[in-house]
Write a protein that binds this ligand. Structure first.
Ligand code: FES
Length: 116
């Protein structure tokens, strides 16, 4: 019985499979209508952030799911080109330098990505 509830709970937290995220790229995942997130991958490392730029609190993508990434290490906001590091979401260049994306805590289990 507990195993079933754990399984249901885990299913509800599943974001995607690691191999659905292009290596060095990104994937838009709608946790719910109010929580779109961008999942980033470099090899076996994966990070997730709220799809909201700290500059104007608008989505980071050009159109839904179309993000711009560089060298498997930076995500660029579509609007004013702020550059965010994959590994910590820090903005290292652009109009909101020093700000950061909102991290979504995740874990990987068996090739799947789950939020915590
Ligand atoms: S809205 Fe993202 S850099 Fe301006």
């Amino acid at each position: 019985m507990e195993q079933t509830s754990l399984s249901v709970d885990r299913d509800a937290r599943r974001l995607c499979r690691v191999d659905e995220i292009p290596d060095g790229g990104s994937l838009l995942v709608e946790i719910d209508a109010a929580t779109p997130c961008v999942v980033l991958r470099r090899g076996s490392e994966v990070w997730a952030y709220l799809n909201r730029c700290p500059h104007f609190s608008i989505p980071l993508d050009f159109e839904p799911g179309v993000f711009c990434t560089y060298d498997a290490s930076l995500l660029m906001c579509a609007h004013h080109s702020a550059m965010f590091r994959f590994e910590d979401g820090q903005c290292i260049d652009g109009p909101c330098a020093g700000a950061a994306l909102t991290a979504i805590e995740i874990e990987q289990v068996g090739g799947d990505v789950y939020r915590l």
